[in-house]
Every structure is written in structure tokens, then in C-alpha cells.
Design a protein around this ligand. Sequence first.
Ligand code: NAD
Length: 502
Amino acid sequence: MKIPTTSEVLAREPFQGKLLIDGAWVDAADGATFERESPAHDKVVAVYAKAGVADAEKAIESARRAFDHGEWPKMKAAERATILRKVADGILARKEEFALMETLENGKPYEQAMSEIEGAADLWQYAATLARNLHGDSYNNLGEDTLGVVLRDPIGVVSVITPWNFPFLIVSQKLPFALAAGCTAVVKPAEVTSGTTIMLGDILIEAGMPAGAVNIISGSGRVVGDVMVTHKDVDMLSFTGSTGVGKQAVAKSADTLKKVSMELGGKNPQIIFDDCDWDAAVDATVFGIYFNAGQCCNSGSRILVQKSIAEKFVAEVVERSKLVKVGDPLEAGVQVGAITTTKQCETILEYVESARKEGATIALGGSRMDTDGGTYIEPTVVTGVTKDMEIAKEEVFGPVLAVLTFDDLDDAIDLANSTLFGLSAAVWSKDFSTCMTAARRIDAGTVWVNTFLEGNAELPFGGYRESGIGRELGRLATEDYTETKTLFMHLGERTNWYLPKG
Ligand code: NAD
């Protein structure tokens, strides 16, 4: 894979992004703009139109019109599928540009960004297959005079709000499935990683998406996000982000009783039993916490290690962590890039400090790296953690591993289920019974068995408890964006209620 050099990339003019409203690229009504600097290079890499309330309202109006009077919801599913496949092809044709934009705005290694863009294209392909398989139901067993038919209708206008950690992958977990169902949408990426979502606009237009079916606006969550959450003409909110903002969004959306689909935070445990495949478990621990600089809802941010092996296991994790290559995300072989925002960098360091204050030991790292620019944090391992500490309960969203220990399976499950989250978990053991018993008792939307952080479009994804509401992906992914309508059909003469006939 050829990676563009840092000097070549930084010499380019910043990307200029506008708002896609009703099929046209426009400036914000008040002309406002905002800039994004690369967190790895401290250089402005993009300038965006900054949507305000009026722009958000226009975008919603356009999506509403496209749904109520446009062709997209009425189109044959096969035709919609063709357009979604063209979008997938369009993404792949420009994957280098997309990967570069993700790297520059998020700080993630280019090679990783590339595989996310390819994965995102696969989601558009998968959604195309679901479009043609979406169907209702019928009941021919309700008696001779009754036929029941259940229709599936697209739910309407969907607000899609996404975070900055996997910008393009996450918009691709939502938008193509909403479109496959026949919905129209208003999409808002996170302020700091708007690039690839804006770039998608041109691909949608080229693929033949009707004007207004997808509107893309960049801007502040508190301003335009709020309009998208509260507006009466929006039928569904599909949100991925922090649990705190997610809860507020659910509360605010309640006034219009729109449907909500929420993908929120996690504090995901990897449970390491003493009979695990040692090397694989050490590797997955390191991968689980440092992948994407720990800025994953699915990060394995807690390991629960059986006491009999804890000391030796953790010592190996520390040694392996020292080998992780952190640095310029445009350099080949770099595994961990920059922390996406300075604010996030500060939050991570505050959590490390809080762990220290609560009596945990910083066995490795714990500081911002002394680099010539960029926001980088050392791979960090915190030991001596107990379940009541902040570092054990809250999502740090950084390369900080909390290590807890347990005696037996009951103890491990108690620890695993001891946070308010329930997004994902992993179990490491060579014993089938141990794996299955643990997997069945853990409260989480995904449990990996002897692996970590793998996924497929076919497998549903989402969280228990405060990790979210609803599921994305999987064969039912498009159904979430529909309403059902029951047709109760009476055949033959009806018996009167008021006056019996004759
Ligand atoms: P965030 O909650 O700060 O922001 C998410 C999105 O919401 C952004 O687009 C933001 O602009 C918008 N927003 C902010 N305030 C808003 C408001 N008042 N009304 C409407 N929208 C608003 O999250 P983040 O910091 O961008 O992302 C990190 C979080 O996302 C982490 O908690 C992570 O666990 C979570 N996440 C979850 C999943 C999942 O699938 N479960 C996946 C990725 C990230």
C-alpha cells in the first residue's frame, strides 16, 4: 500500500466542504465556516460551511419533501439497490482520498483507515442486498372470512448523527440501511471529522440519488444536532455517540415521540481465564485497548484476569505494550496514531490521575508523549484496579487499560456486569463450558469467544443497558427503519354489530 508522505500531504490546500441540501452544495445561510486541524500534524486540513438552525431546518424540509413527494420511497427496491451498489463502487474508486481524510482528521493510521473505508463500502453492498429482501408478512390462517397482511413502510425522515472515532464506518452502518428501507435522511457528522461524510455527497449524486433524499450538514451538535433531534418533521433519530449526549437526545426527542436508535458507550471487559491460549490473549489485550488509540466504543478497556495467572499475564501485557508503535499515522507500520482532539487528550489524562488518586498503580505510561507536535498518549496500563474506581466504571476513550483480577467464574461475571454499560465483552479459555457459561451470563450485545473486535455486516451490533437502544447491521438492519401497517381484510358478507341482518 502506498502511503502519501506527510510533507506531500501537508503541502496541499485544505479541503473545502459545503452543505448538501436538496441536491445542491451550498454555503451556510449566514456564511459561517469552521476549520479542522490534523491532530497528528497541527495543520489546518479542512474548512467547512458551519450550518446553523436555518440550514438544519432547510435540510429537514428537503428530506421531508423528498420522502412525501419524491421518487426514492416509491422506487422499486431493485432500483434502490442498484444505486446503493453504485455508491459502494464510488467509495472504492476513491478509497485513497477517503482513507487520507480519515487519517488527517481523526489521527488514525492510514493503513487502518483504508481497511475501514473498504469495510464501509461492504456495508453499502450489504444494504443493497437487504433492500431487495425487505418484506412484510401475511396470515392466511385467521378464518375463512379474514386475510391479514402486514406491510412494511419506510419510517420517513431519519436524522443520522455520528461521532468522530470511526466517522465513515459509522455513517455507513446507518445511512445505507435507512436508504435501503426507502427513508430519506439528514446526516450530521461530528464537527472534527466531517470530511468523509461530506465527500460521500458527491458519490451519492453521481450514483443517481434523487435530490433531497440525503442532505448532509456539518456543524455543532448543540446547534444543528439539537434541531435534528427535536424537529417534528423527523420520524427517527439514529445516533451514535457518548452515553451522556445520547441520554439528552432521547429526552429531547420525546416531545415528538420519534423512534430512536442509540449506539452509545462501553466499558468492555475481556475475561482471561487461566487456561486461555496465552499468546492470543496477550495479543488481543494489547490490540483491544490500543486499536484506534483506545477511542472505540468497543475497546477492551478492562481486562479481568484470573488471580492464579494475573502477575505473569500482566507483566507480558506491559512488555508487549512497550512494543506498540505510536506515531505519525502517515508512517507505514505505525499502529497507534494521534488522540483525535486536545480535549479528549486532557480527559484521558484526568482519568489516569483519578486512578492514581484512588490507589491504583500506573504500571506503564500514563502521560502525553513528548513529540514535536501532535497529540499522542503513551500506551498505559493501570493495575490494582477495583470495581468501584472511576477507571473501572467509566469510559476513558483512550489507550488506558484497567486491570482487575478474579477468583472464579462467578466472580468474573460479577465484575463483568458491574458497570452501567453492556456493549461488548470477550471470554478467553480453552474450555468450551467456561466460554459458553460466561458468554451466556454476560450482559452485552456482543461477546467474543477467543477473539476480539471482529465483526461482519451479517451480525447485529448494539448494546445492553446504557450502551444503547436497538441494533445495527445483521439481516434485520433495514427493518429498524420501517413501520408496519396491518391490513385486516374481511372477505364476504360482514355480520352487523348493531342490527343483525334479516
Ligand atoms: P458525542 O456524544 O460528543 O457526539 C456524537 C455526535 O453527537 C456528534 O456528531 C456531536 O456533534 C453530536 N452532538 C453533540 N451534542 C449534541 C446535542 N446536544 N444534540 C444532538 N447532537 C449532539 O460523542 P463523540 O465524542 O463524538 O464520540 C465518542 C462516543 O461515541 C463514545 O462515548 C463512544 O463510545 C461512542 N460510540 C459508540 C459506538 C457504538 O456503536 N456503540 C460507536 C462509536 C462511538
